[in-house]
Design a protein around this ligand. Sequence first.
Ligand code: ZN
Length: 428
Amino acid sequence: MSAVSPALREKILAAVDAGFDRQIEFTKELVRFPSLRGNEAPVQDFIHAELGRRGYAMDRWRVREEDIRHHPGFSPIAVSYEQAWCVVGTHRPKAEKGRSLILNSHIDVVPSGPVDMWRDHPFDPKVRDGWLYGRGGADMKAGTALNIFAMDALRDAGFRPAATVHLETVMDEESTGNGALSSLVRGYKADAWFCPEPEDECLARANAGVVWFKIEVRGRPAHTREMQQGFNAIDAAYRLVGALRELEKRYNEDKKNHPLFADDPHPLNLNLGQIRGGDWTSMVPAWCEVELRFAMYPGISAEQVKRDVESCIAAAVARDSALANNPPKVSWHGFFCEGFVLAPGSDAETTLKAAGLAANNRAIGDLVTPAYLDARVPALYGGMPVLVYGPTGREIHGIDERCDVESIRRCTRTLALFIADWCGLEPI
Ligand code: ZN
C-alpha cells in the first residue's frame, strides 16, 4: 500500500510532465558530450555543476586502480585512468525517516562506428517521430537525465525525499564496471540501488556475466610466391576463433540448466569485436590480434570461463602443428565480471512495480538480459536490492541509436513516485 496519497501522486506526476520538455533538452545536452571511455571528464564537470546548482552535497573523485584492484569485482585494465572521474550528488533530509536510495547511471558511451552510416551526426541529437536519436541517447543519457529530473519533480511539487539519496554518474561501464565498483569501495551504500538502463520499461530480473580477452598470434612472414613456407597469423587466428565457437555452442546448450535464460534462442554470445594484423598485402602476415567478448550465466565465475577458454585454445593449438610451434598469447583485460539474479519479492521490487502501475496504469514486466549491467556490483558485493528499469531503446551500440521519448516520460513518472514511496517525503 503506497504511502503517497492520490492527490499527492497527481501533484508529483503533474510536476514531471511540466518539466519534461526541459528534461529532453537536458538529455540532448548530455548526448552532445562525446563521452567515450577516457573522455568522460567534460560531461562529469557539467553534471557536477548541474547537481551543485541544485543544492546537492557534491563528491567527485578519480578512479585509481590501486584503490580497487584488491576487490573481487575488479576488472583488469589496459588503458589510462588519468581522466576517470566519478560524480555523486547527495541529498540529505532534515530528518532521516525513510529508506535511502542510490540513483545510478553510467556516463560513458561506446564509439559511434562510421559516422557516414548515421542519419544525423551521432553527437548532434535530434528528436524525430517520437524518438531521441544520438549515441548514448538510450544507453544511457536518457537515464542520467531521468534520475535528475525525477528528483527535480519532487522539488517542484514542494517536497524532498525524507531519506538520503545519492545521485551518481560513473565512468567505464562499457568495458569494466570499475566506476560502479569504485563508488561502492568509496562507501556509497543504500537500502536500494536504482539504474534506468534502457530495458524496454521492464525490470531486469537477471543479467549475464561478461569477460573480454585478447589472442595474439605470431606468424612467419614470407614472400607470397613462397607462401607455403610462411605461417599466416591471420588464418591461424581464425582457426582459434573457430575452436572457440565450439565452446560457445556448448555454453548455449547448457541454457537448459539455467531456466531464466532457457527461452533465449542464443543467450551467450562470443563476439569477435576487433581484429588487427598484417603489414603488407603481398606478405604472409607476421602477426594478428583478435579481441573477443564472451558471456556466462549468473553463478558462473569469470575465472571458470577463463579456464574454459584457455583450455579450449590449448586443445586447438595441440591439434594444429603450425600453431603448436608458434603458441598464441591470451591476455585478459576489460570485463571480468559475474552476472546476477534479482530474487523476486523484495520490498524494493514491490514498491517499484506499484509505482509503475500508479504512474502509467501499466504493469512493469520482467526482462532477462544477456548483457553486462553495473547492477552486478551492488547486487553481488553490496548486498543491495538492485532495480534496473528504464526506457525503450533501439539500435543500442548500433547505428542511429534512439530512445522512445514517451517511454522516458513514463519511467520518470514511475521513478518520481517510487522515490516518494520508498524514501518518504518532507516539505521543502
Ligand atoms: Zn548502458
